[in-house]
Design a protein. Structure first.
Length: 133
């Protein structure tokens, strides 16, 4: 069944940019490890999802589809309006790389947690522990 433009618009408006399920999972994990953080600092490039000011480190929690990850979910090609989505996801990747480079230039270290990685929370915990040391 094909959605009308109004229905598609409603669906897309419902896509959240912050406080997503994967982001909340990472926040609970990091908080449980004893770390405290700030959220979405607008003064930093890319408004990182988690900011650790004293450590000068940030964490981005990226959705595999939206940011073009090379996993099964991220590699899916939309059937409708495929060229638009291909271009948009490519632009998202370029923007992400530019934001990480800008953060690095300001002396910040970055980590990216992908949505698909959250299937193995123990691995994510180890990775975050190493990064935040």
């Amino acid at each position: 069944m094909k959605e009308t433009p109004e229905e598609r618009s409603r669906i897309m408006r419902a896509v959240k940019g912050s406080d997503t399920g994967p982001e909340m999972t990472v926040r609970r994990l990091v908080h449980g490890m004893g770390y405290r953080f700030r959220l979405h600092r607008k003064d930093l490039p890319g408004k990182p999802d988690l900011v650790f000011p004293k450590l000068h480190k940030v964490v981005f929690v990226n959705g595999c589809f939206w940011h073009g990850h090379d996993c099964a979910r991220g590699a899916r090609a939309p059937k409708a309006n495929a060229e638009y989505w291909r271009t948009k996801i490519t632009r998202n990747g370029i923007r992400d790389a530019a934001n990480i480079a800008a953060l690095q230039a300001k002396g910040w270290r970055s980590a990216v947690i992908w949505e698909c990685e959250l299937n193995k929370p123990a691995r994510v915990r180890v990775r975050l522990a190493r990064f935040l040391r």
